[in-house]
Design a protein around this ligand. Structure first.
Ligand code: AMP
Ligand code: MG
Length: 418
């Protein structure tokens, strides 16, 4: 009998068995969202590449506006305007001004912008400035954002929409990213039918295929589905062998308990050394989880219960997919809340409890301010672990430590958001 470990121990074990995938792909920027950088990116040019105005208005010498007010405007000679998208050859001298639109280049000799709202034009070639500005006012200087040569994104960074914008600002149209890990998904169970078919008496639809595939995609992996495998040793061996051969990680859900029809452990152990290295995670739901290595490939046996499988994906599989990509596991999004009622727990296992988030007045409000004055309330949603609809109806979940007898009402908790 293998030792039951907690989540952290299990993650450490997994970490030891993951090597980042070798190689890299060069892809177009438009396709790079969610992918992981294979190499650090340094700026080849300054951002912005020239000093720009933040407002529509007049480029001036700040000193020429000192003391200006509604009653005593500064009088400046208007000598022309800067066009968007063009370099300006205008040179600003003392007591002069030049019109510059927002984003236009600041002409030589100018050191401040005056918003057009503070300018009067009486059609005499002069402009009255009714507001004093200080040097640098409303100007974004060249390289304010990024200076050429600076490293802006490290290797292993998963590219967000903002990162794509940063790369575009730098004129980078293609990037080197880590390969997408291929993640095999097998559903096991004589009772399972795909949603494309019709579940007859005693049959249920395969849920895990869809939750797992969507989770794999969200994590930047490529789900490869190997179908619904009956609870027959030979079938499991055959399909698992294919999946282990062709994919970077194998997820098999169901059949990982110790029932008479649960052949997953036997099948895995017949397919390569060392086979199953951990059977059981001290968590509820999720206990019948299996970690195996066959010929240097990780195989993770997830519980059949869809909710349990989902939690184990979140805590064990997501980090593995990140490590395969040379990335760090994603940060979990959390909010603080207080519990609406007592939450019992005495399982000797850590427990995940799905919750709905309510504002103090009872309305659903997960986007509201977290200023402590109106704390969010976490209302537990209890269920048997098989009911996936529960997760759809919850906003997140809390973790109750393994040696805790449960939480009293109004306990302060961290809610992990879905
Ligand atoms: P098992 O881990 O095979 O003992 O399955 C535990 C429970 O989860 C049983 O009620 C199964 O019918 C159910 N189950 C297993 N696999 C799936 C699946 N892919 N989709 C939905 N329910 C499943
Ligand atoms: Mg089963």
């Amino acid at each position: 009998m293998l030792l039951v470990q907690d989540i952290d121990q299990t993650r450490q074990l997994l970490r030891q068995h993951v090597r980042p995938l070798a190689g890299q792909e060069i892809i177009e920027l438009a396709q790079a969202g969610g992918r992981v950088l294979a190499m650090p990116i340094a700026a080849a040019r300054d951002v912005p590449p020239f000093s720009r105005s933040q407002v529509d208005g007049l480029a001036v010498r700040a000193a020429d506006t000192f003391g200006a007010s509604e009653n005593l405007p500064a009088l400046l000679t208007y000598i022309g305007e800067v066009s968007m998208g063009q370099a300006s050859s205008l040179q600003l001298g003392p007591q002069q001004c030049i019109y510059v639109p927002t984003g236009g280049e600041i002409p030589a000799g100018a050191d401040a912008m005056v918003m057009i709202e503070y300018v009067e034009d009486f059609g005499d070639g002069l402009r009255q400035v009714t507001h004093a500005v200080s040097p640098g006012a409303a100007i974004t200087y060249r390289a304010d954002d990024v200076a050429a040569g600076a490293e802006i994104l490290p290797a292993g960074k998963r590219l967000t929409p903002a990162d794509l914008g940063t790369l575009a600002a730098l004129g980078i149209s293609r990037v080197a990213v880590c390969p997408r890990p291929r993640i095999a998904i097998l559903s096991t169970g004589d009772e399972l039918v795909d949603v494309s078919g019709t579940a007859g008496p005693g049959q249920i639809y395969d849920v895990n295929r869809y939750t797992l595939a969507a989770s794999v995609l969200a994590q930047g992996g490529e789900p490869v589905f190997y179908g619904i495998v009956p609870d027959e040793l030979a079938d499991l061996q055959e399909t698992l062998a294919l999946a282990i051969h062709d994919c970077d990680l194998v997820l098999v859900s169901g059949g990982s308990s110790v029932g008479t029809r649960d052949h997953v452990q036997t099948a895995i152990n017949s397919l390569g050394q060392p086979g199953v290295i951990q059977h059981g995670v001290a968590v509820k739901p999720g206990k019948p989880t299996m970690i195996a290595v066959c010929d240097n490939k990780l195989v993770i046996g997830l519980p059949g219960h869809p909710v349990a499988a989902w939690f184990m994906f979140e805590w064990l599989v997501r980090p593995v997919i990140s490590w395969l990509q040379g990335a760090r596991p994603p940060r979990m999004l959390t909010v603080s809340a207080v519990t609406s009622s007592r939450i019992p727990s005495n399982h000797g296992r850590e427990e995940f409890v799905p919750v709905r988030l309510l504002s103090a007045d009872g309305g659903l409000d997960i986007g509201g301010p977290e200023d402590g004055t109106s704390p969010l309330v976490a209302e537990p949603v209890f269920t048997k672990s098989g009911l996936i609809t529960l997760l759809s109806r919850s906003d997140g979940y809390i973790r109750i430590p393994r040696d805790c007898e449960g939480l009293p009402e109004r306990s302060k908790v961290t809610v992990y958001l879905f």
